[in-house]
Design a protein around this ligand. Structure first.
Ligand SMILES: [Zn+2]
Length: 331
């Protein structure tokens, strides 16, 4: 690793949902009085989520996505609340999960690459529900707010799906200001999960390996990726996923950068891998195609002038940055 490598990473220290500005004050989460005092502050605000989708005020970007806590009450009160942390000036920010019936589904579904549900808050034309991916792609909030919205969505979707004890099946209750669930029957404690995913670029000299999934937008190629399995190191997961999806065997693996990915609760671990073989055999299940790409071809994909109309992932995704670092010749 040379200086250029670190300079490149430092140029964009956080991607998409990274770079959260809040002090998470985890040491105060079990202090009920301290949390109640924070909640009572007039400058306390909350990110609002209903059915996995953030609620934003309507208006021009950048939107201010946090609401006074009184708004939570007006919308029916929170099913689950979590203390996300404190802003630099000390103002607390909470995440509030509204009851499902606080919003109405107009049309669409969340299958596939994009969440196409159209949800509304009945009687509230000043509010809009917009899926987090669209908020990021369209730049509807600033980078710091996007990170907080991602934190809110990840923690609340964990709560929404972990209401029962994984050990004994009894209902669990929220503890530690939203950062733990406890079972009163078997006394088990449950913590919010973050699932590690490796996302990597295999390199063969001046070529890189990209693939595409059938459900992706037409023509988009990206880094290969997959979940780290129990008993595996990051390096082993990188080599296994590349071999399974493309048949390419890799040697050396280097870590580049990471990104929280709240769909629903992953941590993307960006790596480079040195290929030791060249013949691609696509698995046909996870990927519908994989190819070697030269640097100038990747540059054309970024500039939307690839002769076959192929494109690279958007800047909200760490894959974009891994690919750009390599395409610009910094590693
Ligand atoms: Zn239990």
């Amino acid at each position: 690793m040379n200086d250029a490598f670190f300079k490149t990473v430092a140029r964009a220290p956080a991607f998409g949902f990274g770079g959260g500005p809040l002090d998470r004050v985890s040491e105060r989460r079990d202090d009920l009085a301290a949390v109640a005092a924070l909640r009572a502050r007039p400058d306390a605000r909350a990110a609002l989520i209903a059915r996995d989708m953030p609620i934003l005020p309507r208006g021009e970007a950048p939107l201010a996505p946090f609401f006074p806590l009184a708004e939570v009450e007006r919308l029916g009160g929170a099913r689950i609340e979590a203390l996300l942390g404190l802003e630099a000036g000390g103002a607390p920010v909470f995440a509030a999960l509204l009851p499902d019936d606080a919003v109405e589904l107009i049309s669409g579904d969340s299958e596939g690459f994009l969440d196409r549900r159209q949800l509304v808050v009945p009687g509230r034309d000043d509010l809009a529900l917009i899926d987090l991916r669209s908020i990021a792609v369209q730049g509807l909030v600033d980078a710091a707010s996007l990170a907080v919205l991602g934190q809110a969505k990840a923690i609340l979707s964990w709560h929404a799906r972990h209401g029962f004890c994984a050990n004994c099946g009894a209902p669990t209750r929220v503890a530690a200001a939203g950062w733990r669930r406890e079972c009163d029957v078997c006394k088990a404690q449950h913590f919010p999960r973050t699932d590690p995913v490796v996302i990597m670029l295999a390199l063969d000299g001046e070529r890189c390996l990209l693939g595409r999934q059938a459900r992706w937008p037409t023509g988009m190629y990206s880094c290969l990726a997959g979940f780290v399995e129990p008993g595996e190191t990051i390096e082993e997961a990188v080599r296994r996923e590349i071999r399974e999806e493309s048949g390419i065997v890799c040697g050396e693996v280097a870590y580049l950068a990471s990104q929280p990915w709240p769909f629903p609760s992953s941590l993307m671990i960006g790596c480079l891998a040195r290929a030791a073989s060249r013949d691609i055999v696509v698995d046909g299940e996870e990927l519908e195609d994989a190819r070697w790409f030269a640097r100038d071809e990747v540059a054309a994909m970024f500039d939307k002038r690839h002769p076959e109309g192929l494109s690279a992932p958007a800047p909200m995704a760490i894959a974009h940055h891994i690919l750009r670092v390599w395409a610009e010749g910094d590693v």
